[in-house]
Every structure is written in C-alpha cells, then in structure tokens.
Ligand binder design. Structure first.
Ligand SMILES: NC(=O)c1ccc[n+]([C@@H]2O[C@H](COP(=O)([O-])OP(=O)(O)OC[C@H]3O[C@@H](n4cnc5c(N)ncnc54)[C@H](O)[C@@H]3O)[C@@H](O)[C@H]2O)c1
Length: 365
C-alpha cells in the first residue's frame, strides 16, 4: 500500500482524489496540503466520503508535511509555475511524484526535475491523462501494430472557450510566470498526443500565436507546423476564444494505410476508423464506431484513474510510467519552441532551450 499526499487543493485536485480512491487497493491518502486550509479540508472530506475509516492530516506547509508524514507518493496540483521547486523538494524527501501538466514552464526546469528524479532514484510522472482515453489507447495499439504503414501527417485541433470569468477566477492563469497561454495550459494535452503518435522526435517548429480577445499576458490562440525526425508533419490549431462555448478537441492521424480521427469535446469519441487490413482484422468502421458514445462530464475525462494505476504498476515492476518526466518534457519543449518561433518570426530547431519568461512583453503593443 503506497501512502499518498496531495499538494495543491484547487480546481483540478478532485481528479487526484478520484485517482487515489479508484486505486484504493494500492494507494491510501494520508495528507492534504494547501496554504488555503479550507480547500485542503474540503479534499479530506471528499476522500473520507469514499474511503472510511481514514486518517488524513491537513497541512498548509508542504515541507512540514513531507517531514512529518513521509509519504511514498506526492501528487502535485499547484499552479504550473510553482511545480519545479515543490517537486524537487518532494523527490529529495524520498517521494515518488505524480505532477500536473505542464510539468514546468522552461526546458531548464524540466531538466532539473528529471535529473532530481534520477539522482533520488524516484519515479516522476506527468498528468497527460488523455493518453489513457479508450479510443486513444486503441489508436496507439493500431499504430504499434504497424497498421498505418508509413505515418504521413497528423493534426490536433483544440477549439475551446476560456472566458473572462475563467481567467478572473485565478489571477495566475494566462501569466508568463505561472501558466503561459492556451497552448501551454489547455492545448498541451493534444500536443502531447500528436507528438506521441508522430514519433516523439520533433525536429523543427514554425508558428504564429496571438492574444486576440482575452485580458491576459499570454496567447489565447496558436497555430503551428511541427516536423518530425521520421518525416511526418504535425499541424496544431489551438484556441481559447471559440464562440460561445467549447466546440471540440480532435486528433487526426493519417498514414499510408490508415486514417483515424478521435474527436468529441476532449478526444474521447472515435469518429473515423479506416484501415487497409480492417476486413482481415474484423474492425471495419461500421463495427467500431459507436453512435451512442457520449462525452465525459468534464473535459478532464477519466484518465487520471488510469494514470495513477499505471504509476503504481511502474513502482511495483520498476518500469517507467507511461508518461514519465522525460516523456512529459516533449510536449513542453514543442510549446516552448512555438513561443520562440512567435518571438523570433523564424522556424525553431529542436532541441531548444526556452522559457515562458522570455515571452514577457510579447503582446504588449
Ligand atoms: N490534467 C488536467 O486536465 C488539468 C486540468 C486543469 C488544471 N491542470 C493543472 O493543474 C494545476 C493546478 O490548476 P488548478 O486549475 O487546479 O489551479 P487552482 O488555482 O485552482 O489550484 C492551485 C492550488 O494550489 C495551491 N497552492 C499554491 N501553492 C501551494 C503550496 N506551496 N503548497 C500547497 N498548495 C499550494 C493554491 O492555494 C490552490 O488552491 C496547474 O498546473 C494546471 O495546469 C491540469
């Protein structure tokens, strides 16, 4: 049984509580921490409603919590710009860490986190939970089985609405120091999926970003073309400005012998499934598509439960988690290269060293 502590009890933290609850055969929550104590108490209650009897300590200072409780696993859901020091402290204190996305806001910080995990001999995972969506796993299995033949191109569209109220709710959102713009916050999941399917080795990025409508520092729209080492090309379209509400998040992957499109509100709905070998395999499109498939209740989907399960399996077997810190850095690096391309007006080669802080003032004209 892995003792677990939650650091950061805001908007997304209910997904971490659900993740521990759904893995209660292997994980037990022992502490929650937030400088806003009421938020921490609320999480304790959420957990205790599902798992009784259970002692959960409440802390406002995570360092005191680490010293007193010595959890096996720390899960981090603080503002993105605060992840790095907290995660390094947790790793140094002997915890394995599950961290919200994006893991950091600069390539240097991501490297420091990965080096700390290595030095401490601890596992680090990043919450790209959409990798565990059922159709995404199905697509990945087809890809790994070689059913696409040569992979040609892919596209991710994130057409969502994050309005004034969303940004006003938490002043850190949309800032270069704590968040980045919609590409770093909302679109990072889709960008992770795109790069995962297109070979995980992005070599060049050309992009335009804009701050069209929102009163934030960072971008609310971005368009990019990403070239991969295997020759495939990825196209990214991400917006927080879609009128009047969230429209779709869609991943399309096209190969020589296969086409797959997964859409819905947040890549949970299979829309196209066409393969040259479909008759032989027995998964022709009419058999696979389910017209009654529904979107999950929130855009966060159901993936945290599976990601936490995968993490525990990684600890038990000694393998890396599916979305390790090294894998989690890949989408971050692409987004930072997009930012750099916007700033310089040129294509950017990867590996690339960049930070959201280098974008300060970009849209101030
Ligand atoms: N995986 C997803 O789909 C998903 C969805 C939303 C947000 N996120 C990510 O989760 C993170 C949090 O986002 P949010 O919307 O929940 O933010 P939020 O502002 O609602 O919550 C952050 C919480 O962290 C607390 N906190 C700050 N410093 C702390 C510290 N030193 N110790 C303990 N707690 C501290 C704050 O008081 C706040 O309660 C961000 O990195 C965000 O990008 C991920």
């Amino acid at each position: 049984m892995y003792t677990t502590a939650l650091i950061g009890c805001g908007r997304i933290s209910f997904k971490h509580i659900e993740g521990v609850v759904s893995n209660s055969d292997t994980m037990r929550l022992i502490a929650v921490c937030d400088p806003v104590l009421d938020r921490a108490r609320e999480k304790r209650e959420e957990y205790q409603k599902c798992c009784t009897p259970s002692d959960v300590s409440v802390y406002e200072d995570y360092r005191k919590m680490l010293a007193a409780c010595k959890p096996d696993i720390a899960t981090i859901a603080t503002e993105s710009g605060k992840h790095t020091p907290i995660i390094i402290d947790c790793l140094d204190a002997g915890c394995h860490v599950i961290c919200e996305k994006p893991m950091a806001l600069s390539t240097k910080d991501a490297d420091a986190m990965n080096e700390s995990a290595k030095r401490a001999g601890k596992k680090l995972a990043v919450c790209f939970q959409n990798r565990f969506n059922r159709p995404v796993q199905k697509l990945r299995a087809a890809l790994e089985a070689g059913r696409f033949g040569r992979i040609l191109h892919g596209m991710v569209q994130i057409r969502w609405n994050r309005n004034h109220t969303y940004y006003a709710e938490a002043p850190w959102r949309g800032t270069w120091a704590m968040d980045g713009g919609t590409l770093m916050n909302q679109c990072t999941h889709g960008i992770d999926l795109l790069q995962w399917m297109l070979g995980e080795e992005a070599v060049r990025v050309q992009a335009k970003t804009r701050r069209f409508l929102r009163s934030i520092e960072a971008e609310d729209f971005g368009a990019a073309i990403v070239e991969f080492k295997n020759g495939s090309v990825g196209i990214i379209e991400g917006s927080a400005d879609i009128y009047p509400t969230n429209l779709n998040e869609t991943l399309s992957i096209f190969g020589e012998k296969g086409s797959v499109v997964i859409g819905g509100l947040a890549v949970n709905k299979l829309e196209v499934w066409r393969f040259a070998d479909a008759d032989r395999i027995g998964d022709t499109e009419d058999r696979v598509l389910n017209p009654y498939e529904k979107d999950p209740p929130t855009v966060y989907g159901f993936g945290h439960d599976a990601l936490f399960k995968d993490f525990v399996e990684a600890l038990d077997t000694g393998r890396e988690p599916l979305v390790s810190g090294e894998k989690g850095k890949k989408a971050l690096e692409i987004i930072l290269a997009i930012y750099k391309s916007q700033k310089t007006g040129h294509a950017v080669d990867l590996p690339c060293d960049f930070s959201t802080m280098e974008m300060v003032g970009e849209f101030n004209t």
